[in-house]
Write a protein that binds this ligand. Structure first.
Ligand code: SF4
Length: 90
């Protein structure tokens, strides 16, 4: 079985309401060929449309922070400040 046949077989199962196995999912995630990725994207969009149609929704999520003093050091964060430094908002 070549790679293309395997991808098509997995995507066929997905479109027939069959849950994919972890092995199937990992196999799909590892694809790098643009044509294979396009097939996966088209199938995912088809499944999305089948489930939700063209309805678009969103969620508003607010987190109220009483301080920006934080002991964590998340690498992406530009919000936190050390306790001994002056708190900074904006
Ligand atoms: S994201 Fe910033 S404020 Fe939040 S836990 Fe990480 S370092 Fe602290």
């Amino acid at each position: 079985m070549n790679t293309t046949e395997t991808i098509e077989a997995i995507l066929e199962r997905a479109t027939n309401n069959t849950d994919l196995s972890v092995t199937d999912a990992i196999f799909l995630l590892k694809q790098q060929d643009p044509e294979s990725i396009s097939k996966i994207r088209q199938t995912a969009d088809w499944l999305r449309h089948k489930q939700a149609g063209d309805t678009v929704t969103y969620v508003i999520n607010r987190n109220i922070n009483f301080t920006n003093i934080c002991e964590q050091h998340c690498s992406f964060c530009a919000f936190r400040r050390d306790e001994k430094k002056r708190a900074h908002f904006g």
